[in-house]
Design a protein around this ligand. Structure first.
Ligand SMILES: *[C@@H]1O[C@H](CO)[C@@H](O)[C@H](O)[C@H]1NC(C)=O
Ligand SMILES: *[C@@H]1O[C@H](CO)[C@@H](O)[C@H](O)[C@H]1NC(C)=O
Ligand SMILES: *[C@@H]1O[C@H](CO)[C@@H](O)[C@H](O)[C@H]1NC(C)=O
Ligand SMILES: *[C@@H]1O[C@H](CO)[C@@H](O)[C@H](O)[C@H]1NC(C)=O
Ligand SMILES: *[C@@H]1O[C@H](CO)[C@@H](O)[C@H](O)[C@H]1NC(C)=O
Ligand SMILES: *[C@@H]1O[C@H](CO)[C@@H](O)[C@H](O)[C@H]1NC(C)=O
Length: 435
């Protein structure tokens, strides 16, 4: 076997404390459609000292192994190569989790999350593969309190049947990968951050084989890839990654160098309220005119729980100045135009924070237009075009359509208001003429 990671876990009783191993080995199933490697979890009781008789010496009775399932439910694609594991402890050991990073033969990756409660359940309840005989007094896999005699029968069965029949599935309710994509990730790290709303969010750091790191966040409405960070400009492969949970710092090493990277890199969002909130980075939020870290200011504005409620930016301190003011007379036509820069992105137009149009690029040269046939009261307000690619969001165009009449009268220019009434009549007349 090739070992990937191991951990110890305290159970209720000290004699039940266990060691868990995560590893790959050759698949005993040699049929042509079966994968050649299989990924597994194994358990061993910490206090299992092995037998004392000549036959059982240096043999364990508590070692059991099970297969790990990581399958995309839609394509049935199997991620069978366990690449790395990251443990996330919890105060109740059953809720402790193992984040398994898997790859497949096509170079795609998937993250499957297993709870130690589920793993333990499989070892406690499953039959042994290939064993139909009666259960001995102490079953293989059962941690015996010290001093208790283990029958030789247990040794015999454990030796010839180390595998359980049931397989370990990812966490309920989905029982499927947390996500999968076309990158070949090498390492995984998970950090829990407590955001301004008081909730805790898990942030995944995934090292690619090209010297970059992807930051992926588990949000209530799904998993979002929020940042790609090129750590080593020469694309040196990342050899190791260590998380300092307390200081919220990441250490990344190649064969040449080691870098220290803060997890709360809020300056990456260009000090722009929309970019800061759209990123949905739980470490960052908007306050006092800057995109800043929750570790410096707990009162920042964030947008983690709801889908694109950009109203936040306006209610907080949105920069009105970010929006280009455009005066448009009522009953005229108006085009909103968003330049399409990438064939892979989706472009969305929002009006007063509601989605009004989605363009995806079946016709790559064309821009994403929104056409207003006949401008009326409801058409005024804030428009924003947001591009989204691979989870990365960006506000490209921001326009505020202003009713020309109101715009001028606000300035108290009574005479001009009269003039603009004339202008309006002219426009209406022209529109009528064209009809
Ligand atoms: C996994 O499969 C490869 C070939 O695909 C083989 O060389 C290797 O020995 C197998 N076993 C392990 C434990 O990696
Ligand atoms: C905002 O900035 C001002 C001046 O820079 C400072 O006095 C104030 O404490 C800041 N407020 C917050 C909430 O950070
Ligand atoms: C647009 O008008 C608003 C309200 O009058 C103002 O606060 C903002 O600075 C203006 N934006 C620009 C880019 O001039
Ligand atoms: C493009 O739009 C269509 C319908 O508008 C949608 O079904 C499809 O999923 C979209 N494709 C992408 C890549 O977003
Ligand atoms: C525009 O809307 C107004 C009021 O809703 C209507 O009177 C007018 O005929 C419309 N003009 C066109 C060109 O559709
Ligand atoms: C959008 O907001 C503007 C002003 O803030 C308002 O005049 C307009 O009626 C709003 N339109 C919609 C559809 O909410």
């Amino acid at each position: 076997p090739q070992f990937v990671k191991a951990t110890t876990l305290r159970h209720e009783e000290p004699h039940q404390d266990k060691i868990y191993y995560f590893f790959r080995e050759d698949n005993p199933d040699k049929s042509p459609e079966a994968p050649r490697n299989i990924s597994r979890v194994a358990q061993l009781c910490k206090e299992d000292k092995g037998g004392t008789s000549s036959l059982s010496a240096s043999k364990w009775t508590t070692f059991l192994k099970a297969s790990l399932i990581c399958v995309d439910p839609i394509t049935k694609g199997n991620f069978n190569w366990l690449q790395d594991v990251f443990f996330v402890p919890a105060s109740n050991w059953r809720e402790s989790k193992a984040y398994g990073l898997f790859t497949n033969t096509w170079g795609s990756s998937a993250v499957c999350v297993y709870s130690f409660g589920d793993i333990d359940n499989v070892f406690q309840t499953s039959r042994l593969k290939g064993y139909n005989g009666p259960s001995p007094e102490i079953k293989p896999g059962q941690c015996a309190p010290s001093g208790q005699h283990t029958p030789s029968e247990t040794f015999k069965i454990a030796d010839s049947h180390p595998e359980v029949e049931a397989r370990v599935a990812p966490l309920s309710p989905s029982k499927s990968p947390l996500f999968h994509n076309k990158h070949r990730y090498q390492k995984i790290g998970v950090h829990e951050v407590s955001a301004a709303d008081g909730h805790r969010y898990n942030v995944l750091y995934l090292a690619t084989d090209k010297g970059s790191i992807h930051k992926v966040v588990e949000l209530p409405d799904g998993v979002q890839n929020i940042m790609e960070l090129q750590v080593f400009p020469r694309k040196d492969p990342i050899q190791s990654m260590i998380l300092d949970h307390k200081r919220a710092v990441l250490y990344v090493g190649s064969t040449r160098e080691v870098l220290e990277i803060p997890m709360d890199m809020c300056r990456a969002y260009r000090n722009n309220c929309d970019s800061c909130l759209l990123a949905r980075d739980p470490y960052c939020g908007w306050a006092n005119g800057t995109c800043q870290s929750v570790y410096h200011n707990r009162e920042v504005l964030q947008n983690l729980n709801s889908d694109l409620k950009r109203g936040n930016c306006q209610k907080g301190d949105i920069k009105e100045a970010d929006f280009q003011n455009i005066t448009v007379v009522p009953f005229s036509r108006y085009y909103l135009n968003c330049p399409i820069e990438s064939h892979y992105a989706t472009y969305n137009w929002y009006h007063n924070n509601s989605l009004i149009k989605t363009c995806n690029t079946t016709h790559p040269q064309q821009d994403c237009f929104h056409f207003i046939q006949n401008v009326s009261h409801g058409h005024y307000g804030h428009y924003m075009c947001v591009s989204e690619e691979d989870g990365f969001k960006q506000a490209l165009v921001k326009e505020r359509l202003v009713n020309q009449l109101r715009f001028l009268s606000q300035k108290g220019q009574a005479t001009t208001t009269f003039a603009s009434w004339l202008q309006l009549l002219l426009v209406v007349a022209l529109v009528e003429l064209f009809h």
